[in-house]
Design a protein around this ligand. Structure first.
Ligand SMILES: [Fe+2]
Length: 191
């Protein structure tokens, strides 16, 4: 373990902007079109409107070493693909035994979680919500509001990210607009 000096990062709650981001990741619709339940709607949106930004991550760069506590903000833009609200790709941690904390900064969202044994959970998040992702739970966030949904994440450096399992299998629960309201439904692709 290397020795480091303490530091502070200023976080803009409305935008998720960091005063000195170590990295910025942008995920556009073209990066995740196949992850939406209505992939045809995603392809249609791309063809008719062009690409769109779905979410942006701004993070503090830290060594990938045990004991380090990486943290970042995520800003999910409002909108839907078909009936499905804008969302992150979602992932398991490569080391499944590592949890994570999400803290809502602005807007309104859902945190969709599941385990590999088939359990599911969907919790609401607003500004001030501290949501806990326990070990073994995959996690995805969804913007169900009309404004940006912004939250702050804290995890352990060695957790790692396994995006592939979700890209292949999807989430069991989807968050769709039904009668104008966010509604959790079963993913018809998963029996
Ligand atoms: Fe995570």
């Amino acid at each position: 373990m290397r020795y480091m000096n303490p530091f502070v990062t200023e976080v803009d709650f409305a935008s998720g902007e960091l005063s000195a981001p170590g990295y910025v990741i942008q995920r556009k619709l073209s990066d995740m079109a196949s992850m939406y339940a209505d992939e045809a709607a995603a392809r249609r949106t791309l063809a008719d409107e062009g690409d769109r930004l779905i979410y942006e991550v701004q993070g503090v760069e830290l060594p990938d070493e045990e004991g380090q506590i990486p943290h970042c903000t995520t800003r999910i833009l409002p909108g839907r693909i078909g009936d499905e609200y804008h969302m992150t790709k979602g992932h398991y941690h490569a080391r499944r035994e590592q949890g994570e904390v999400y803290f809502g900064l602005s807007g309104r969202g859902c945190l969709v979680m599941q385990t590999e044994t088939g359990e599911t959970s969907v919790v609401q998040m607003v500004a001030g919500s501290a949501a806990y992702v326990p070990p073994f739970w995959a996690h995805r966030t969804v913007n169900v509001g009309d404004e940006d949904f912004v939250f702050f994440s804290v995890w352990e450096a060695r957790a790692g990210h396994d995006y592939g399992t979700i890209e292949r299998d999807g989430f069991r629960k989807l968050v769709l607009m039904r009668d104008g309201q966010p509604t959790v439904v079963d993913n018809p692709r998963i029996s």
